[in-house]
Design a protein around this ligand. Structure first.
Ligand code: ACO
Ligand code: OAA
Length: 376
């Protein structure tokens, strides 16, 4: 078989999936056949995850049962709390704390069935993030409540107060929007891990590490900083030109697959708009929309060979800021959603598993002989 070098795997198909379909040219995304805008604005997060895992929407009884199952796995043990407390004390970033917490999430758990940890893995993510955050703020953690939905409970654990319905709905829209996106870097990582017949906690831990980087899930914090800076100076063009002249990338723009505006941007833009209008800082939101126009025009001027449009992270920053998620938790909040996509892919991989093991092309020294240490 001819062997070509594809160091970034762009355009290489390595799996069949029934979970999501992306049309990069048209800018369309279907989750289990449902357009992302319909799903994101109508479903609860539990319904979305049920759909991902089972391929159909749940009945209301099934949603209640699924919500209960997730809620029953929310607790983390004292040892995990201690790790998170230490991570917060040492000023470790939220994604490092999440990685440590997830890695330890099977402490005290007896079952070892590869597929049984799925509810626990999904359920503990919000608890880990909120516990770390409380410690980081010098406060005691707030125990999860099993009578609240996934999104509401996360906001509750962050503040100790039940959030308004509007905030919970905004977060739910966000969680639904980013839950799954084909073979992105973190999902691919999870599939590689389970392809070795390792376990789901290991897959989730590795995927957290892959999501952390700014070329993937780490972009929305810098997007918010950029927008705040430009809001103060009022000069978007200057900011964008200076960034691009310095050879830097503009966060929240460009995508490996989309050659059109990311369809999730529209979903998050409209959810963010209602928040900012309600909060009375509609001006900030409008400035962000203007920034987007300036940025896409200038990206076309600077990088004419590649269509660089707004990606999901741009309005993520504005929506999460609106619903009151601290900037330092943006990427961890992404992980709280995406873990369900990772788990759905892990199960898909295990359904018809073969070890994922690509090749490398050796370009090093040719055969050498051992040199004794005194002759080197
Ligand atoms: C959930 C997510 O993961 S969405 C992505 C979140 N990340 C970001 O927003 C970070 C900014 N964006 C980027 O870095 C990129 O667009 C990526 C990583 C998302 C995708 O990049 P790739 O598919 O690898 O594109 P690639 O790196 O080949 O870029 C092609 C050209 O466009 C340029 N380019 C791509 N994105 C940007 C950007 N945001 N700003 C400026 N230039 C860009 C590159 O510099 C390159 O130009 P060159 O050939 O002159 O060097
Ligand atoms: O698909 C990708 O490469 C990145 C992305 O947008 C996502 O993971 O949501």
């Amino acid at each position: 078989m001819a062997n070509t070098l594809n160091s970034d795997l762009e355009g290489i198909t390595v799996a069949e999936t029934r979970l999501s379909q992306i049309n990069g040219e048209k800018g369309e995304l279907l989750i289990r056949g449902l357009p992302i805008d319909e799903l994101a604005s109508n479903a609860s997060y539990e319904e979305t995850v049920f759909l991902l895992l089972n391929g159909r929407l749940p009945t209301s009884e099934e949603t209640d049962e699924f919500r209960g199952k997730l809620a029953s796995h929310r607790q983390i043990c004292d040892e995990v709390q201690a790790v998170l407390q230490r991570a917060a004390r040492e000023g470790k970033p939220a994604m490092d704390a999440l990685r440590m917490g997830v890695a330890a999430a099977n402490l005290g758990v007896e079952e070892q069935d590869l597929r049984k940890d799925i509810h626990r893995v999904i359920a503990v993510f919000p608890t880990i993030v909120a516990t770390y955050w409380r410690y980081q703020q010098g406060k005691e953690p707030v125990a999860p409540r099993d009578d609240l939905g996934h999104a509401t409970n996360f906001l509750y654990m962050l503040t100790g107060e039940r959030p308004s319905e509007a905030r919970a709905a905004g977060l739910e829209t966000y969680l639904n929007t980013v839950v799954e996106h084909g073979l992105n870097a973190s999902t691919f990582t999870a599939r590689v891990v389970v392809s070795t017949e390792s376990d789901l906690i290991s897959a989730a831990t590795a995927a957290v590490g892959a999501l952390k980087g700014p070329l993937h899930g780490g972009a929305p914090g810098p997007v918010l900083e950029m927008l705040q800076e430009v809001y103060e100076t009022g000069d978007a063009e200057k900011y964008v030109r200076e960034t691009l002249d310095a050879g830097e990338r503009l966060m929240g723009f460009g995508h490996r697959v989309y050659r059109a505006r990311d369809p999730r941007a529209a979903v998050l833009e409209s959810a963010a708009e209602s928040f900012h209008t309600e909060k009375g800082d509609g001006e900030f939101f409008e400035a962000a929309q203007e920034f987007e126009d300036v940025a896409t025009d200038l990206l076309a001027e600077y990088v004419p060979d590649r269509r660089l449009e707004t990606n999901v992270e741009f309005y993520t920053a504005i929506l999460l800021d609106g619903v009151g998620i601290p900037k330092d938790l943006f990427t961890a909040t992404f992980a709280i959603s995406r873990v369900s996509g990772w788990m759905a892919h892990a199960l898909e991989q295990l359904d018809d598993n073969r070890l994922i093991r690509p090749s490398s092309h050796y370009v090093g020294e040719t055969k050498r002989s051992w040199t004794p240490v005194e002759d080197r």
